[in-house]
Ligand binder design. Sequence first.
Ligand code: ADP
Ligand code: MG
Ligand code: MG
Length: 255
Amino acid sequence: SDFLNISGLHARIDADGAPKEILRGVDLIIAPGEVHAIMGPNGSGKSTLSYVLAGREDYEVTSGSVSFKGQDLLAMEPEERAAAGVFLAFQAPIELPGVNNANFLRTAVNAVRRARGDAELDAVAFLKTVRAATKKLSMSDEMLKRNVNVGFSGGEKKRNEVLQMTMLQPSLAILDETDSGLDVDALRIVADGVNALRSPTFSALVITHHQRLLDYLNPDRVHVMARGRIVHSGGAELAKEIDVQGYASFLAEAA
Ligand code: ADP
Ligand code: MG
Ligand code: MG
């Protein structure tokens, strides 16, 4: 498949003047319509993989390739990646005092539409689209009237992120559900959001070490990442195995 094909990906970061290799040969293929999860111990390179896919500057790809719908993803600017249908959830949702959430969302949606060559949504068309999205996600649209993420609870920030994802209609969503402060409700919001988007033209890569999230998500494939590589892959049952026995056996297998 050439929907998403990550092959032999090596990447490093400049750690206080010394290059440090973090990704050491990641191979991963995702087909259209599939939801994949990456689990793995802390420090294994999961977030680094999502940053490299996002095109963050501090990371240097030293070898390997990432093709997305037949295009060289690594050669594309972050905005071009978004226009091609890649959605990357914000790591730490920024608060924007004085910026209305609906306007912010409309600006983001229209930037992507412009880059795709689609007509921009005017205020009326946007409102119609956003109401359809909030309805689909069983969300109140009260959040749209507030300033971006200001005073939002953890759950509301997650809802807002899922709403952004839904509005941008990505063909590939990459979510890095970092360790920090995700309660069960927030995990449920993320899972419900991804599940609501499931279709033959939507794929997701969900990076997590929350077994609970994968219970809700029921991914097509689960991968274990350790020491900068994917060392083991399986179906949804793999997440349950890990929940019981931890990562030790996979680390031994990888060594
Ligand atoms: P994970 O998300 O799986 O916990 P990360 O991708 O965050 O792993 O980190 C992988 C490894 O890279 C860790 O050993 C981490 O310490 C190291 N690392 C990540 N970012 C930096 C950085 N900016 N400088 C130095 N080392 C880093
Ligand atoms: Mg970590
Ligand atoms: Mg991480």
